[in-house]
Design a protein around this ligand. Structure first.
Ligand SMILES: [Mg+2]
Length: 427
């Protein structure tokens, strides 16, 4: 992956990255809302309680569980019925998404106050590039502890902060013991702190890869790190290279400033079955890219950051992004980048939802730089897109479907074209 972004001012060795992760986010946000706003005495965090999803649809599952509930055997992503069987006295609280968005914004606001370069990673997680912050450079752990305490005191919920030289290591560090802790994972701590962990603790490793690695006799992150890259690549393709690098602590991805709401263009979709076929996932990405690029062209803008996010059936959330050499509004190009990101991050764990988000929007982007190695006829793709846009404008969105989006069997074309803007548009 290239890292040509303007944010990548520092070489990997002298970067300082924080990963900030809210502890049991949905549950602690609900608990602190009830105590501070509703004046309730009972703290949900101290009893067997869960936030439980939409019973109507297929999301009748545990979204977050308190520590006492976890001790009783309740797990995230478990069906609520099963959780109630294990723990009959369980308190089930419905999700309150507007509250989560507000809490997330308050967290981001504090992070932005201490650091200009913040990348929101999910509703309760963000990376901060602290490389240029003098106080943090002087005392990375002390500064992180002060930030952690400030968040706890001002917002009423706790976070873990992971401290290291890149995003991957900082994220791994924030996952060590919880709650309300700061952990470091410096490169020289990798052998003692990261290598003994089971493979599934490594970022981007889900159940599918875990099973493959176990079959190869690989059980710890250290054993991945000591397996030749060619062997992993042979077994797991591009994803094998990704996890080999991660197991060795290698990650050059820059922290990319998150756009304020509505400054980026994105779309995501929850699929009504678990997707395991990469071709189907890429077709879904094409649909998302098609809607995003259509909006870019309608607004006369181009983007130069593309991100793909995956939520798996067991509610793991992965996101990966890249900076383009030239800004684009071309559907095919956006889709090509999205597929590349997808291949590097997906480990065949069944997918529940997919998202494409773009940012670094430019109004009058400079002409595309010519590259000796890229002979793609962008002019032609651009003309095709404009022709599609014109026909759709005249005859409606259903008039033209990209050939690879044509329904394979019984689906109606309408189902295949979610032209309505998705409500889950990221911020
Ligand atoms: Mg969290």
């Amino acid at each position: 992956m290239r890292d040509t972004g303007k944010n990548n001012r520092n070489s990997a060795a002298d970067r300082l990255i924080y990963h900030c992760d809210v502890n049991s986010a949905f549950l602690s946000w609900e608990a602190s809302f009830r105590i501070h706003q509703l004046g309730e005495k009972l703290d949900l965090r101290t009893i067997t309680a869960i936030i439980g999803g939409d019973r109507e649809k297929r999301h009748g599952i545990v979204l977050a569980a308190s520590m006492p509930a976890k001790k009783a055997g309740v797990r995230t992503a478990q069906p609520i019925a099963e959780a109630l069987r294990i723990c009959p006295e369980l308190v089930v609280v419905p999700p309150r998404y507007d509250l989560y968005v507000r809490c997330s914004h308050s967290l981001l606001a504090i992070l932005h106050e201490v650091c200009p370069l913040v990348e929101q990673f999910s509703i309760d997680e963000a990376f901060c590039d602290m490389s240029e912050i003098a106080g943090a450079r002087r005392d990375p752990v002390g500064f992180a502890n002060a930030l952690r305490e400030r968040i706890r005191d001002e917002l009423g919920f706790t976070v873990n902060i992971g401290v290291s030289v890149n995003k991957l290591l900082a994220k791994m560090a924030s996952d060590f013991t919880k709650p309300d802790r700061v952990h470091t994972l410096w490169p020289d701590e990798i052998p003692t702190k990261m290598w003994p962990l089971p493979v599934r603790d490594l970022f981007f490793i889900g159940r599918a890869t875990e099973a493959r690695l176990h079959a190869m006799g690989i059980r710890t992150i250290g054993e991945i790190a000591h397996t030749p890259e060619t062997v992993l690549r042979g077994a797991l393709k591009q994803h094998g290279t990704t996890i080999y690098r991660f197991a060795n602590g290698i990650d050059y991805e820059p922290v990319i400033d998150s756009p304020p709401p509505n400054k980026g263009y994105g779309n995501s979709t929850t699929i009504d079955h678990d997707v395991t076929d990469p071709a189907e996932a890429k077709q879904t990405l094409l649909r998302l890219c098609d809607t995003v690029a259509t909006r870019l062209r309608a607004d006369g803008v181009r983007i130069s950051v593309v991100a793909v996010s995956i939520r798996t059936f067991d509610l793991r959330y992965y996101s990966h992004q890249t900076v383009l050499e030239s800004p684009t509004d071309i559907t095919t190009e956006l889709h090509g980048q999205a597929c590349r990101l997808f291949d590097s991050m997906w480990d065949h764990t069944p997918i529940r939802s997919l998202g494409v988000h773009t940012s670094r929007v430019s109004q009058d982007a400079p002409a595309r730089q010519m590259s000796m190695f890229d002979t793609t006829d962008y002019e032609r793709y651009g003309r095709v897109d404009r022709a599609v846009d014109a026909l759709r404008k005249r005859f409606g969105n259903h008039v033209l479907t990209r050939a690879s989006l044509l329904p394979p069997k019984e689906e109606s074309p309408e189902d295949n074209l979610p032209f309505a803007r998705s409500d889950s548009d990221e911020t």
